[in-house]
Design a protein around this ligand. Sequence first.
Ligand SMILES: [Zn+2]
Length: 140
Amino acid sequence: MIVVSQRRRKIFNLALFAFSAGVAAVGVYMLYLYFNPSLSDLFWDLFTGVRNQRLLYALFAFLIAIYPVILFSRSKPVVEYKTVTVLKCYGCGYREVRDFHRGDYVFKKIGACKACDSERYISAIYSVPISKVEEKEEEY
Ligand SMILES: [Zn+2]
């Protein structure tokens, strides 16, 4: 699930980057036209003020291009989760936390305890942010 959402995010980022680059390119082109007007542009500018319009377009284009960057700088980093399984023993205080294995489920019996020979079972399965694995383990 994490992988899928990250891939989607990547595609989204890529699309947004392409969009920004495109808009920025339009802005650069408008600036180019502003600073290097053709003769006909200069002529029409006398009547329409087209050059100033282009400067405005360029400004808008840059603003739109920069907007996603501002959005991104605010977005939180993706938190990765890890699923862990807690093993306990019916007979003694045995307790172990290990990575989740395929086929694990709560109350599944997983063989005899090495210390007291009672049945061991899975008491909990949960996922925690990877950075918090250590502290969360203390709670169970
Ligand atoms: Zn035991």
